[in-house]
Write a protein that binds this ligand. Sequence first.
Ligand code: PHE
Length: 339
Amino acid sequence: MIEQVKKYIEEVEQAGFKKLDEVEAFRIKFIGKKGIIPALFGDFKNVVKEDRKEMGILLNDLKNGVQKKITELKDQLENLQADSSEYVDLFMPVNKEAGSRHPLSIVRNEIIDIFSRIGFNVAEGPEIEDDWHNFTALNFPEEHPARDMQDTFFIEKNPDVALRTHTSSVQVRVMENEKPPIRSIFPGRVFRNEAISARAHCIFHQVEGLYIDKNVSFADLKQTLMYFAKEMFGEETGIRLRPSYFPFTEPSAEMDISCHICGGKGCNICKYSGWVEILGCGMVDPNVLKSSNIDAEEYTGFAFGMGIERITMLKYQIKDLRLFFENDLKFLRQFESAI
Ligand code: PHE
């Protein structure tokens, strides 16, 4: 029996396999329930007294040898497999995003894209503003009724602090901090104390645009907005400017686009006029430039501001603004393919 065990020890030392299931068979052969080693241990009681010590040592050697061999072989084969497996491209894009973009994000990103193609960069400002940036620097005189154009949420403890009512506040911040030429857009959230309905919400999103340089004219404004309208709503889109009033622009205008639903023939989206309003705009009032220490003799500029909800509703024919805030999956999933 001692000879037999010595042979096994040799066999184990020399063992080498190319496949993991061969290692498994080897394991079963030696240490499986009905394997060689349990059987040898079972026979130990029959070993004559003089041989017991040697036999004990040999059996333990065999058992440890088998364990060691199995771990060794497994390690080897697993490493080999990892090395020779197919090349893994860690930079490969995932097939699909988990979830989908919100329609407002899709349209905001599209607006940013459109303006960045003609050299506008993006800036942001705070949602909690002071009176100076939201009103005074934008040429809203104190106690002037124009302040009531936008129902403001004030902070009770400090009437100087409010939630910004428009992204025009970012114009002021950028003009205070940068020297012309300035060519930027400012996307962001704005707040107005309005009753929530299909057409209005107390929280919504705007994108403001500002261009200040020498010799910027109303023609530049018109051309820029025409480019935007065609990129956003299609090449066949027409624009029309109607005179309007904003304290921070002079002259001011509101811009309509030809109704892209009925092509101008008249439908319920354009209320049978053939036109839909999409933004406010104008030439930056010299008083606004002066408030931000920009020389109004040397520089002129234009500004415009649009509601992202409004553009999105027109683009995707969404009839109720509240859908944007309800996070109903049946609504949101319709935009998965638009990413
Ligand atoms: N701030 C205006 C609004 O919220 C939009 C606007 C921006 C108009 C810039 C003119 C110029 O209604």
